[in-house]
Design a protein around this ligand. Structure first.
Ligand SMILES: [Zn+2]
Length: 404
C-alpha cells in the first residue's frame, strides 16, 4: 500500500488542496493530508512543495504505424495530405520498425499518457502495444470499398483481429476500427459490427473529417471524386453519412473528428450514446477546420481529446493537444474550457473506452501522475497546467511505478 501526500490533487473537475491518495492496485482513498498523517503516520510519503497528483491521461486515438513521419507528409489540406500518405506509405510504414513504434509508445508515457487507443492498419504495432506498460485499446482497422475485394480484405482484417485476441494481458483490449464512411463497403462494415456486437468489442471510426468528405458523401463530387475515380474506379460514395451512422446503432462507438457533421447527424450520434474524439492539431494541419464544441454540447454528446498519429502531428502529447484546443476554441470561456479539456482526457475518455481509470477515486485503477509546478497553486490551476506544463516526476499504472 502506498500513501502519497500532495499540495493538490486535481481529479473529476475538482481541485483538492492538501490532499493525498492511498492506493494499491486500485485507489483506496482520497483524503485530506491531516487525516492521512493521523491514520498512517510514518508510512506517508510527503511529496512537498508544488506537488500535484493527476489521473493518468488517456489518448483515445493514435496511429502508431505512421510514427516515422517528420516532414514527409504534406500539410495544409486533406487531399494533398492523403495523396502524400499514399505516395509515401511504404517508405513510412517500412521506415517505422518495432523500435520506432516503441519509441512513440514511450513518448506517450513520458507525457503522462497511461492508456491509449491505437488504430492499427497492418498489425505491425501489435507486439509493441501488447508489451507496453500502458492500457491499450487496440483497434484493428477495416478498410476497403471494392466489393470484388471484400472477402480478401475481410480475411486480412480477421487475421489481424484474431492475432490481437490471442494477446492475453491485463489492460489490453482487442477492438475494431471501421476506417470511414467513404472507404469501407457496407457489407464489410455490417459483418465487422455484427462480430463486435456478439463479442462486445469496442469500436471506433473516422467520420466527417474534411469538407471534401462532406461533399463526396453528399454530392458524389468535389476533391474526392478524381481520387476515387483514378485510384479505385469508383464513381459514387460507398455510403451516405446517415446510412453509415445507422450501422452503429445499438453499439456505442468513438467517432473521430466529426468536424463537418450536420445537426441531424449529431442528433443521431447523441441518440446512439456515441462519443466524439476531437484532434485539434491534426484538424489544423490537415485544413479540416475547428469542430464546434458548443454544438456537441447542445446535443449532449460526450467529447474527448486525442492526438491522432504522427502522420498528422508533431508529438503524441495531450498537454500540447489541450493547449491547442484552448486557443482554437477562442469563443469558449477560458477556465471552463480548461476544466472540460481535463475531463476529456481523463474521466470522459475512460468512460468512452470502457476503462476503469481516469479518476483518482476509490475503486478505480491507480493510474496516476506525480507532477510538480513551480508556481503557486490556485483555483486556476487547470488552466496553468496547460500554459506552464508541470514536470511529470512519476507515473503509476495499476499502482506500479512505471516511470520516475
Ligand atoms: Zn485517425
Amino acid at each position: 500500500m502506498k500513501i502519497l501526500l500532495a499540495n493538490a490533487v486535481f481529479t473529476d473537475g475538482t481541485l483538492y488542496r492538501d490532499h493525498g491518495v492511498v492506493f494499491e492496485r486500485t485507489v483506496l482513498a482520497l483524503k485530506p493530508n491531516d487525516e492521512l498523517r493521523a491514520e498512517y503516520g510514518d508510512r506517508c510519503v510527503e511529496l512537498g512543495e508544488g506537488s500535484v497528483l493527476l489521473p493518468g491521461l488517456i489518448n483515445p486515438h493514435v496511429h502508431l504505424e505512421f510514427s516515422a513521419n517528420r516532414s514527409t507528409l504534406t500539410y495544409g489540406a486533406f487531399m494533398p495530405w492523403l495523396q502524400s500518405v499514399i505516395a509515401n506509405r511504404d517508405e513510412l510504414v517500412n521506415g517505422c520498425d518495432d523500435a520506432c513504434i516503441r519509441h512513440a509508445v514511450d513518448m506517450m508515457l513520458e507525457n503522462g499518457i497511461t492508456a491509449f487507443g491505437a488504430v492499427s492498419s497492418y498489425g505491425f504495432d501489435l507486439d509493441a502495444c501488447a508489451s507496453s506498460l500502458q492500457k491499450v485499446v487496440y483497434f484493428n482497422e477495416l478498410i476497403g470499398s471494392d466489393p470484388a475485394m471484400a472477402d480478401a480484405l475481410y480475411g486480412n482484417f480477421q487475421e489481424r483481429l484474431f492475432a490481437s485476441q490471442a494477446v492475453v494481458r491485463d489492460g489490453f483490449y482487442p477492438s475494431i476500427a471501421i476506417h470511414s464512411p467513404y472507404s469501407v463497403h457496407r457489407i464489410l462494415i455490417q459483418k465487422a459490427l455484427e462480430y463486435a456486437k456478439a463479442h462486445r468489442l469496442r469500436v471506433t471510426a473516422h467520420f466527417m473529417e474534411s469538407p471534401s468528405e462532406r461533399e463526396w458523401l453528399d454530392e458524389n463530387s468535389g476533391d474526392f471524386k478524381p481520387f476515387f475515380e483514378n485510384f479505385l474506379r469508383q464513381h459514387r460514395a460507398a455510403n451516405s453519412a446517415e446510412e453509415f451512422l445507422t450501422y452503429f446503432d445499438g453499439h456505442p462507438t468513438l467517432f473521430t473528428h466529426v468536424v463537418h457533421a450536420k445537426d441531424d447527424e449529431l442528433a443521431h450520434i447523441a441518440k446512439g450514446g456515441h462519443t466524439v474524439i476531437h484532434c485539434p492539431i491534426s484538424n489544423r494541419l490537415l485544413g479540416s477546420g475547428a469542430i464546434n464544441l458548443e454544438r456537441l454540447d447542445a446535443h449532449r454528446i460526450r467529447w474527448v481529446c486525442g492526438t491522432d498519429g504522427l502522420s498528422s502531428n508533431y508529438a503524441l502529447d495531450l498537454f500540447e493537444e489541450m493547449k491547442a484546443a484552448l486557443f482554437m476554441h477562442h469563443g469558449s470561456d477560458l477556465l471552463p474550457l480548461a476544466y472540460r479539456l481535463w475531463k476529456s482526457v481523463t474521466k470522459n475518455a475512460a468512460e468512452a473506452l470502457g476503462l476503469n481509470c481516469g479518476t483518482i477515486s476509490a475503486g478505480y485503477d491507480a493510474d496516476l501522475l506525480i507532477t510538480r509546478v513551480d508556481y503557486p497553486i490556485n483555483e486556476q490551476l487547470p488552466l496553468h497546467l496547460l500554459l506552464r506544463r508541470p514536470a511529470i516526476e512519476s507515473v503509476y499504472i495499476h499502482g506500479n511505478k512505471v516511470k520516475g
